[in-house]
Structure formats: C-alpha cells, structure tokens
Design a protein around this ligand. Structure first.
Ligand code: AMP
Length: 192
C-alpha cells in the first residue's frame, strides 16, 4: 500500500493537493477536518463536540479523533492506500496511527510536508474564507490560534517521521500544478 501523510500548517494546500494525489495514485483521501465538518452538518453528537473545539481553532481531543480515524480506515476493504490529510496532528496521534497500521500489516510510506511561511498562510486563509464558508477561516484571531496550535502541538510530529527517515519537505509556494508536480516526483522517487 501507498500511505502518505500530507502534512503542513493550516492553509498550506493539503486539501487541494490531496485531490491531485488521489487522482494520480488512486488513493483514499481521509481528511479529519472534512469528516468533522460532515458531522457538524449532519448534527451528530461527534459534530457537536468537534465544533466546540474547531470554532476556537483548538484541536479535537486525541481519543475522539483517533477512534474516528480508525473506523474510517476500517471502512475500506482493499484500498491501494490512503492520503492522511490533517492527521496525525499530535505525537499521540502519530503513535496511534503507527500501531494501528502495523496491526493491519501496513505502514506509512512517507510524510510529505508542504512548506509555506506564516504571512502567506494568513493571506490564503482569509481569501479562502470568502468561498469556504468556514468560520475558522474568517477570523484573524482564530487563524492565529490555529497557527500557534500547529507550531506547538503539530510541528513536532515531523520529527517522528524524520526519525524513521520518512520525512520529505516540499516547497508549497507556486501554482497548484507546480506543487503537485513536486509531490508526484517525491512519491515516484520513494516508490521506485
Ligand atoms: P482542517 O480542515 O484540517 O483545517 O481542520 C479543521 C479543524 O478540525 C482543526 O482546526 C481542528 O479543530 C479539527 N481537526 C482536524 N483534524 C484534527 C486532528 N487530527 N486532531 C485534532 N483536531 C483536528
């Protein structure tokens, strides 16, 4: 299986690039943010819980997020692989994902990390707010909190994959096509 963690701060382009990667490599796209938003729309208990954190730009607790992600993975009988978009976001999530995939006889192939500087992230998120309808994109204070949470809790997850020699940094500045080309090349050099 080809299992990719698509990593990067909020606004780095993970969702957009995931679409390109699933087309090219026939992978299943699992975005924890999208799954939470679908639950909010469907007014489920999980959605209500997730919304209370997401509206503030905080992380949804690990236990809830990990069990949701595992049950999503288990829905697929014979996948070619997964793009994990927005997960893992904490060291505990990275550990849990490793153990879970090992128990299924597979593993993460690589972490591809989109690198974009903070000023550009803020501009992109405020622009995206005009079409995304996401309350967490529209408020500069919430955006700043999401970036702070990323720096504090999520950025260290890169070290987890560096230690396994699975980390690849990708320049996240340029056109959508330029960036997907960089991602495709990185994957092709890993899988050959
Ligand atoms: P995203 O769509 O990836 O930008 O995620 C939007 C929001 O969903 C985040 O700011 C968090 O509140 C929540 N979220 C998404 N993925 C996770 C995760 N892996 N762990 C905890 N919270 C998450």
């Amino acid at each position: 299986m080809l299992n990719i963690v698509l990593f990067g701060p909020p606004g780095a382009g993970k969702g957009t690039q995931s679409e390109k990667l699933i087309d090219r490599f026939q992978l299943v796209h699992l975005s924890t943010g999208d799954i939470f938003r679908a639950n909010i729309k469907g007014e489920t208990e999980l959605g209500k819980l997730a919304k209370s954190y997401m509206d503030k730009g905080e992380l949804v607790p690990d236990s809830v997020t990990i069990s949701m992600l595992e049950s999503e993975v288990n829905k697929y009988a014979d996948p070619k692989g997964f793009i994990f978009d927005g997960f893992p976001r904490t060291s505990a999530q990275a550990d849990a994902l490793d153990n879970f995939l090992t128990s299924k006889g597979t593993e993460i192939t690589a972490m591809l990390a989109l690198e974009v500087e903070e000023a550009e992230l803020k501009t992109r998120l405020l622009n995206r707010a005009q079409t995304s309808g996401r309350p967490d994109d529209a408020d500069p204070e919430i955006i700043q909190n999401r970036i702070n949470v990323y720096n504090r809790e999520t950025a260290p997850v890169a070290d987890f994959y560096r230690a396994q020699n699975k980390y690849r940094g990708i320049n996240g500045i340029g056109s959508i096509e330029e960036i997907s080309d960089r991602l495709f090349k990185a994957i092709e050099t890993i899988v050959v």
